[in-house]
Design a protein around this ligand. Sequence first.
Ligand code: XLS
Ligand code: CA
Ligand code: CA
Length: 438
Amino acid sequence: MSEIFSNIPQIRYEGKDSKNPFAFKYYDAERVIMGKTMKEHLPFAMAWWHNLCAAGTDMFGRDTADKSFGAEKGTMAHAKAKVDAGFEFMKKLGIEYFCFHDVDLVPEADDIKETNRRLDEITDYILEKMQGTNIKCLWGTANMFSNPRFMSGAGSTNSAEVYCFAAAQVKKALELTVKLGGRGYVFWGGREGYETLLNTDMKFEQDNIARLMKMAVEYGRSIGFEGDFYIEPKPKEPMKHQYDFDAATAIGFLKQHGLDKDFKMNIEANHATLAGHTFQHELRVSAINGMLGSIDANQGDMLLGWDTDEFPSDVYSATLCMYEVLKAGGLTGGFNFDSKNRRPSNTPEDMFHAFILAMDTFALGLIKAAALIEDGRVDEFVKEKYSSFTNTEIGKKILNGTTLHELAAYAENLGSTSEPQSGGQEYLESVLNNIMFG
Ligand code: XLS
Ligand code: CA
Ligand code: CA
C-alpha cells in the first residue's frame, strides 16, 4: 500500500542539539528514568477525532486542512483511509495507543443498526491493521453530544426514547472497546448539564446518569471489560452548567451512587483551567482519592475562555503533571493528546510537528519531575511543614483521636502561640526554576 505521509520520515530521537524538525529532541523511548523507560512512563495516544477527522472548521469558517486522505468524505472508503492514515501516523511517531468515539470511526447512518454494521466492518479492519504492531486502543467512548437528539442530554435527557438511544450507543461503544483491547471507557458529559433551572429537574437528571453508568458497568463486566471506566470532568461548554464540573464534583457523584470502585478520572488539562483550577490541582484531587486513571494531555489559552484543545507546549505544567503522576505511582490509563492543530497549521507536516512538540514536552516534564523528586528539597519542605503533628505529643494526640476539651485546655496553657512558620512559596518556586534550568 502506498504511503499517505510519503514525505515524512520515521521520527527518531536525535537529542537536544538536533535542528531536524522531524526528530525528537527529548523523547527517547528507551531511556530509563526512575526505573522505567520513557515509553512505559508515557503511554501516548492519538485522538482519532482531532487528528484524523477535524480539519479546521470553526464557528466562523470551514475546513482549512485536507483530511480526505485520498477518499471521498462521508464514505466507508474514507473511514478506511482514516484507519490507514492513523496507523501510518502512529507508527512513524512510535505511538502505541489511540482513543475513539464511535462516530469518529464511520459516518453515522440514520438507522443505528446500519451505523453498528459499519462499526463492525471498520473495527474488523482496525483489528487487521493492529496485527503485527504494538498499537492498541487506550479508551473508547460514545459520542452522545453531536446528534440533535441529544440536545437536552443523553443520560440526563427528558425523553425515555432518547435515553434508549444513549444506552444503545454506550452498549455498542463498550463492545468495540473490548474488541479493540481498550484499557478504559470514558464518559464525557458534553450535554449532561443544563441551561436554566426553570426547566430542569436536577436530581432526576443526575440519578438517571448514574443509572446509565451502572448499566454500563454491569454490561461491560459481563462482556469481559476489565479496565477502568472514567468520568472526564468539564465545567462548561457546550452546556452552561455541566454536572461533572471538576474532579471533586465527579468523585462525590461517583461515591454517592456507589460507582467509585469501577470508575476513575480522566483529567483533561484544558478542562481543569476552564474550571478555574490548575491541571496539577485536578490531578492531585484525583490522586488523593485513588482515582487518577488517565490524562487528556493538552492545554488551553489563558486569554480565551473556551476549550481550545491546544497541543501541550508548557513544560512547567507538564513537569507538575508528571510530578503528580510519578508520586501516584503512574497511570493505569495513558496520555491522550486530545489536541488539535491551530486552524492555520493546515499541512500534514503540521500534524507531525504538533505530536513532536507534545511528546517532547511530556518527555521534558518527566525528566524534570524525576529530578525534582530526586532533588528532594520540595518534598522535604512539605514534610517539615506538617511535622508538628508527628514530632510533638499534642500533634500525635490529634492524629490518634482526642477531644475538643483536651485541645482547648492545651491552647489555654500555651498563652500566645509560637511564631507561625513560613509557607516558603518563593523559595520553593526558585527551587523549581533551579531544577528546570539548573
Ligand atoms: C470535549 C472532550 C471530549 C472527550 C471525549 O471537550 O474533551 O473530546 O475527551 O468525548
Ligand atoms: Ca478530552
Ligand atoms: Ca477539551
